[in-house]
Design a protein around this ligand. Structure first.
Ligand code: FES
Length: 573
């Protein structure tokens, strides 16, 4: 299959006349259109994605690196997805962007590609598309945005959650609210804590699809510019050595990436995206595999939103390489890096020294992983919880359910004075999964009801089939599968039912009698949301999106779909 991919050979000879003519109309010289390899720079720059604004400048540094290494670079755009601006959620459009990326890489006369991303789903979608296209590819992010400052206090993006609660509680007036709006994110770049964007950039490093050290650079820094130039040179090398993504995305590498996420307390969204990357690469990987790998991984990270330290501290103390080094007993340091070395070489080259952002494996923050996988009668196919961002006293808790049917219902009633609740209640948000959301919005961090917040309550057990931002914190169970909208047990919960969470036992259960559970299950068909009328992309999404424990890809985009198609064709023949 890969030998048939279009490449710069389409520019050769008489057959390439038209292509060369049009490229020269854009200003390329006769020599440039004959240079090889041709490298595409796949850019998700967009003014509608402020996190990715540095990519325009970064593309020119990448171009310089490609040309220094003897190639020619051509920038092309794709869909771009901003967490802050796209509705109903970027996750709804992640698969669409991945199709755009795959088809542009596949159809264009390029030999390799640099993936320029930043905001959360732009990283995931580009990696998905590049793995499916399987031309040599290296990823680079926009860099980390500067920290803000307000009233003499440093602000990172995770402070937004506290500020929103304070606004809801009436502690910030209109003037203060307008003032802080301009101070939380004082410049472009990705979120400046260990959210989804940085987590996925680190995952790309582990897989060998981004240069070691590239995930933690500041937006606009000289170091970031140098990483861009090196990325351009590295992709030329990858083309010459025919290093393709599907050779790099192995089961071991994916599990090692998950171990890194668990050790650092990265974004829970990584569980979904890793399952998807596995599916694109044709690797057999289940949520239970992630659960097993996580169980043997200690929590080492002390970086926001899980600890007091900044990403700057983690970068100075070795970043991904230092974390893999601390996990060397569990990880394969023989895996190739994007610059052609092995992780062992990178780890061995780290300067020795104490670390604040990273605990040692001998004295971890916690002997168990920062992210745990749960099962139980409420989550037969699984759910996840970020233990490192939860309240320890709530990790084992039983309380009565207060149920919200969707985000609108939650927003309308969460502060209703007549709602019977106290801090022992378990807040339940449903119909926010891949189908019901649609697209699984980051709504899982249900706000603490204002009247409880005023009493000093800062955390409660919250459960949902939604996702949450990697910047959020709390005792929050996410990704419950199957989701309520397709008849999962979450759809059976009623106000007042007791729900039991036991993270150590890996359980999430609905405590109703078996016969009552069976009686409600028998009526599920009537409670399942019928798919609303739709057309176009929504229609495609509703019918083909997979559940959270499977990665939420479209079934027909999985690598295994090739085998199924072949089997079907044989059957027809
Ligand atoms: Fe774009 Fe966080 S909102 S990286």
């Amino acid at each position: 299959m890969t030998a048939e991919l279009p490449s710069s050979a389409a520019l050769d000879g008489d057959a390439g006349f038209a292509a060369r003519t049009f490229l020269r109309s854009g200003g390329l010289t006769a020599e440039q259109v004959r240079r090889r390899p041709i490298i595409g720079i796949c850019s998700s720059w967009s003014e509608l994605t402020p996190c990715n604004l540095p990519l325009q400048g970064i593309a020119e540094h990448v171009r310089h690196g490609v040309e220094q290494a003897g190639g020619t670079a051509l920038v092309f755009p794709t869909i771009s997805l901003s967490e802050a601006l796209v509705r109903p959620t970027t996750m709804f459009l992640r698969n669409l962007m991945s199709i755009d990326v795959e088809e542009m890489i596949t159809a264009s006369p390029i030999d390799g590609v640099v993936l320029l991303n930043g905001c959360d789903k732009t990283v995931a979608a580009q990696l998905m598309g590049a793995i499916s296209a399987d031309k040599p590819a290296i990823s680079l992010g926009a860099g980390i945005r500067p920290r803000g400052e307000w009233c003499g206090r440093a602000l990172t993006i995770d402070d937004s959650w506290r500020l929103i609660e304070e606004r809801r509680a009436g502690l910030l007036d209109d003037e203060a609210w307008a003032d802080v709006e301009g101070r939380v994110s004082p410049g472009p770049g990705v979120c400046n804590v260990l959210g989804t964007a940085v987590t996925l950039a680190m995952v790309a490093e582990v897989l060998g699809l981004a240069l070691p050290g590239s995930s933690l650079q500041d937006a606009g820094s000289d170091e970031q510019a140098e990483f861009a130039r090196l990325t351009g040179a590295a992709v030329v090398r990858a083309v010459r050595e025919d290093v393709r993504p599907r050779r790099l995305v192995t089961r071991q590498a994916l599990l090692d990436a998950w171990r890194l996420v668990c050790a650092l307390g990265g974004s829970t969204n990584a569980a979904i995206h890793l399952m998807t990357l596995a599916g694109r690469a044709g690797v057999d990987l289940t949520l239970n595999d992630l659960a097993d790998a996580g169980r043997e991984t200690p929590t080492l990270g002390r970086v926001k939103p899980n600890g007091p330290y900044d990403l700057d501290d983690l970068r100075r103390e070795g970043g991904v390489a230092a974390t893999l080094g601390a996990l060397s007993a569990q990880t394969d340091l023989g895996h190739p890096t994007a610059d052609g070395r092995r992780w062992r070489d990178v780890v061995d080259a780290l300067p020795p020294g104490p670390s604040r952002a990273l605990a040692s494996s001998e004295m971890p923050q916690s002997p168990s992983a920062a992210i745990a996988v749960l099962h139980g009668s409420l989550a037969p196919s699984g759910a996840v919880i970020k233990c490192s961002a939860a309240s320890p006293h709530l990790l084992r808790h039983t309380g009565p359910a207060v149920v919200f049917d969707g985000v609108d219902d939650m927003r309308n009633r969460i502060d209703d004075e007549s709602l019977a609740l106290d801090e022992s209640c378990v807040l339940v948000l449903r119909n926010c999964g891949p189908v019901g959301g649609p697209g699984m919005p980051e709504a899982g961090a249900i706000p603490i009801p204002v009247r409880l917040w005023a009493q000093g309550v800062r955390d409660m057990v919250r459960i949902s089939d939604a996702r949450m931002s990697g910047t959020a914190a709390g005792t929050i169970v996410l990704h419950i599968a199957p989701e309520a909208a397709v008849g999962g047990p979450l759809s059976l919960v009623r106000d007042g039912d007791l729900i039991s969470l036991d993270v150590e036992a890996g359980r999430l259960d609905l405590l109703v009698e078996d016969d009552e559970f069976a009686r409600r299950s028998a009526g599920t068909a009537a409670t399942v949301c019928d798919l609303p009328q739709s057309r176009g992309y929504m229609w495609l999404h509703q019918r083909h999106v997979m559940q959270a424990h499977e990665g939420c890809d479209f079934d027909f985009l999985q690598h295994s779909h090739l085998d199924e198609t072949a089997r079907t064709a044989e059957g027809v023949a």
